[in-house]
Design a protein around this ligand. Structure first.
Ligand SMILES: [Zn+2]
Length: 137
């Protein structure tokens, strides 16, 4: 799989992640991050337990045309540092790994690279492409 780059995450996608994480409590929310161009716009939801996450990941990578740049999961506690398990997961998922924690707002998350170092991931206000939209110039 090619290493892909992302210049940021769409604000609506981050909002979806925060909302899904909040409503998953007391369980964990987990997914893979997919891009449209170089912006993270999609979340592919994975089963929520630590042990099932890795096997689901392996199965998903057998699918063709997967444009995965990393992962996202929630921590029910306020500690959003990656665990040892998380670091193993990151090493397979990619270079952008988001962990969100309570209170699940735009300040309560962090992004880590493939080695678990915190990295910046800008929130972008982008317009989603509308296939039905005809541009008349
Ligand atoms: Zn974790």
């Amino acid at each position: 799989m090619r290493r892909r780059k992302a210049r940021g995450i769409a604000r609506d996608t981050l909002k979806f992640i925060l909302e899904a994480s909040r409503s998953s409590i007391p369980n964990e929310f987990a997914g893979l991050l997919q891009t449209d161009g170089d912006v993270i716009t999609e979340v592919l939801i994975l089963p929520g337990t630590e042990s099932s996450r890795m096997s689901a990941l392996v199965r998903l990578y057998m699918l063709p045309n997967m444009q995965v740049v990393g992962s996202v999961h929630s921590h029910p506690s306020a500690n959003i540092r990656p665990s040892d398990q998380d670091l193993i997961f990151f090493s397979r998922a990619g270079d952008y790994n988001i962990i969100v924690g309570p209170p699940f707002n735009e300040e309560s998350w962090a992004c880590y690279d493939i080695l678990g170092n915190m990295r910046e991931l800008p929130i972008l206000d982008i317009e989603f492409k509308d296939d039905d939209f005809d541009e008349d110039l």
